[in-house]
Ligand binder design. Structure first.
Ligand SMILES: [Cu+2]
Length: 276
């Protein structure tokens, strides 16, 4: 018996088995036609069912985030890292997303520190570098990128900054923040598993600020992080100004960080919303 025959013989046997199973199912009664479980990407855009938000894993889909140092002293420090690809080598080519090849979010686990940085890539070595202002505590390093021709991915790794850390203050739900005289408010509610619209407004001295400058291809850039595990949620700019579409995966509290640009300066306003 040659290989082709073996294969077709096996296929025929399989077809019979499947046929029997199908007939048995049909005889028993209605069978829910359930699709195969799918492997979900970081953006959770595929199909239905459960999926994990981004930023929770240090490695996913064959890619791995590697920090050059996992412990750094407090202060302004050079942070170096690379992304290893499925072949085990550093990735050197990325697609541009929101005007950058990689977005790096640094957040302290107690939410007492946050930076949205755009590191510089050495295209020879695949090494990314940026300066970061680090205070003592446990930090999460989140890298949001698209390997060239691939899917959007957010990988996360821990970074420890030794030193004394105060007990975190109790943080109340916050819909208004004031940064350098700019007051930013967020309108809208987060509902687990549903698409929610959030609308931001910026004012100064009680008057709306109308000269916001584009930043990263939109009127502002919004990041949402879940309290408890720092899951990184994709938030998409809406069609109109500071409007964002967000879908949170679970009830709980979410920390929002809005980067906005006025007078050539990027500032970050932060909020804390509770999702029902
Ligand atoms: Cu960015």
């Amino acid at each position: 018996m040659n290989a082709a025959l073996k294969v077709s013989g096996f296929a025929a046997g399989l077809a019979v088995v499947l046929g029997v199973a199908w007939a048995a199912g049909a005889a028993v009664g209605p069978v829910v036609d359930e699709p195969e479980p799918m492997v979900h990407g970081a953006d959770g855009s595929h199909g239905s069912g459960e999926h994990l938000p981004g930023g929770l894993a240090v490695a996913q889909d064959g890619y791995r985030l590697v920090l050059a140092e996992e412990v750094l002293a407090p202060g302004t420090r050079r942070l170096t890292f690379s992304v290893l690809g499925p072949d085990g080598l550093p990735v050197t080519a990325y697609d541009v997303e929101h005007e950058k090849q990689l977005h790096l979010i640094l957040v302290r686990r107690d939410f007492e520190g946050y930076q949205h940085l755009h590191p510089v890539l050495d295209e020879e070595t695949g090494e990314w570098t940026t300066d970061a202002r680090l205070t003592p505590g446990g930090w999460r390093v989140l890298a949001d990128f698209v390997p060239r021709g691939g899917e959007d991915l957010t990988l996360g790794s821990d970074l420890l900054v030794p030193g004394n850390v105060d007990a975190p203050p109790a943080l109340p739900v916050t819909r208004t923040d004031t940064v350098d005289g700019y007051t930013v408010t967020v309108d809208g509610d987060l509902v687990a598993g549903e698409h929610s619209m959030l609308t931001m407004a910026v004012s100064q001295d009680g008057r709306p600020v109308t000269d916001l400058q584009p930043y990263l291809g939109a009127a502002g850039h919004l990041v949402a992080l879940r309290e408890g595990d720092l899951a990184y949620l994709h938030v998409h700019p809406g069609a109109d100004g500071l409007e964002f579409g967000a879908e949170v995966p679970s009830p709980g509290r979410y920390h929002l960080y809005l980067d906005f640009k006025v007078g050539g300066v990027v500032r970050t306003a932060q909020f804390l919303l509770a999702a029902s």
